[in-house]
Design a protein around this ligand. Structure first.
Ligand code: NGF
Length: 292
């Protein structure tokens, strides 16, 4: 069973202009993360993978290609969460059979599900797959907030090993670490990695690690070593880069930065805007020259 601590890229997916998965490009993104960014693992099928706009078959295709390319070189987490529980179970079984080290599922969204319904959602996927599970908590997109006591209830299922915490609520993060020291937390906002690391998170999962993974590891490891000032200097540079990326279009700009590294990162999937304008490409080139 692979260790799930450390730096995980939330895997980008390369799409062709017609929206189909670009297998060659996806394989190149996986290789870039392993060979150049030296990540500990990949988080496949997350927000960064444009997952919630894809069909079940496309999600499976991406799980299959990523696993086939990465083999056992790094740890792999499959995000299978869906508002369609049957789909989540089907994807969870598929990824588990492929050999994914762990599953993760976003809290069910859109409808205002009660906490017992959310708990049922996780327990059903786990019972069907037998795999480990990471709760994917991203309240700013789902509107779902889980409190300390509710995490305790979820953790009654021993297969739920922790939470991918994409929020800026450091009070809740600290309370969770104190209350459940044996459960893992992965920081989800790359621009807040240093404070999260100071509070003792076990790892981080982020989109910008696809291009800035080396700095991410430096921040994480320096924070763990108590070298806070050095870590802060690197977080400052990282956040200059992230500010530029966010201001220019998050996933398309990271894809452009990958293209500038020779990686065929392709288009985004509609209804997201498919490609950058010439002016945005020029901004990406400036970011590359300045920070990467
Ligand atoms: O892209 C988002 C959504 N968040 C990612 C990360 O939390 C998502 C974060 O890296 C993720 O891991 C996934 O599910 O793919 C941000 O992109 C980054 O911090 C810039 O804000 O907003």
């Amino acid at each position: 069973m692979k260790n799930l601590n450390g730096i995980f890229s939330a895997l980008l997916v390369s799409f062709n202009a017609d929206g189909t998965v670009n297998e060659k490009g996806l394989r190149q993104i996986v290789r870039h993360n392993i060979d150049k960014m030296k990540v500990d693992g990949l988080y496949v099928g997350g927000s960064t993978g444009e997952n919630f706009m894809l069909s079940t078959e496309e999600k499976k295709e991406i799980f299959r290609i990523a696993k086939d390319e990465a083999k056992d070189e790094i740890a792999l987490i499959a995000q299978v969460g869906s508002v369609n529980l049957k789909e989540a179970v089907e994807l969870g079984k598929y990824a588990t059979e492929l050999g994914y080290d762990c599953l993760s599922a976003v809290t069910p969204f859109y409808y205002k599900f009660s906490f017992p319904e959310i708990k049922h959602f996780y327990n059903t996927i786990i019972e069907a797959t037998g795999n480990r599970m990471i709760v994917y908590s991203i309240p700013f997109l789902t509107g779902v907030n889980i409190g300390v006591a509710q995490f305790g209830e979820l953790y009654e299922n021993e297969k739920i090993i922790g939470v991918k915490f994409t929020a800026g609520d450091f009070y809740l993060l600290e309370r969770l670490k104190k209350a459940y020291p044996n459960h893992l937390i992965w920081a989800g906002f790359d621009e807040m990695m240093l404070p999260a690391a100071v509070l003792g998170v076990d790892g981080a999962i982020g989109s910008t690690f696809n291009v800035n993974g080396i700095r991410a590891r430096q921040i994480f490891e320096k924070a763990q070593a108590g070298q806070i000032q050095e870590a802060l200097e690197i977080q400052h540079v990282t956040n200059d880069l992230i500010e530029g990326i966010l201001g220019n279009g998050l996933y398309l700009t990271i894809k452009e930065l990958l293209k500038l590294e020779g990686v065929d990162a392709g288009y985004c999937r509609e209804p997201m805007t498919k490609e950058l304008t010439e002016a945005q490409i020029a901004v990406a080139k400036e970011l590359k020259a300045k920070y990467l």
